[in-house]
Design a protein around this ligand. Structure first.
Ligand SMILES: [Zn+2]
Length: 136
């Protein structure tokens, strides 16, 4: 099934074709970068003039409204929207660090993880507040 992704700011479609389009910035460099839409597929297409460095944090922007898509939950993540089968929006977050393979889908019943480095984010509290606990 084709998965569609949207900018959480302007709500425009980020993958009108096969791939998901972003502006990616680092220092003075800025290029269009295409990512695979399949969760857990970390294929990436970018201009030969752009040099990605492993372990470096990149800024992802919407190609339409140019909003910075960095997550406010964790600065290492990018947040975008996708739609569930019933049409309700779900947050999809992935690492902004080149070479770090970690993607999270925030469904109503929990977080689905993709990528071999997702466990690096285990300490995160994805829902922004502490769960209720019995005892202390
Ligand atoms: Zn946008």
């Amino acid at each position: 099934m084709r998965r569609e992704y949207y900018c959480p700011h302007c709500r425009k479609l980020l993958n009108p074709g096969t791939l998901v389009v972003f502006i990616v910035e680092h220092d003075q460099e800025r290029e269009l970068v295409l990512l695979a839409p399949e969760l857990g597929d970390y294929s990436i297409i970018y201009p030969a003039s752009f040099t990605f460095e492993l372990g470096t944090l990149y800024t992802f922007r919407c190609p339409l409204c140019r909003a910075d898509l960095s997550s406010n939950l964790d600065q290492r993540l990018v947040d975008i929207l996708s739609l569930t089968d019933d049409g309700s929006p779900v947050r999809v977050s992935f690492s902004r660090v080149f070479g770090e393979r970690a993607t999270f889908v925030f469904a109503a019943n929990g977080v689905d993880e993709y990528g071999e480095h997702a466990e690096r984010f285990d300490a995160l509290n994805f829902f922004g507040e502490a769960p209720d606990r019995d005892g202390d």
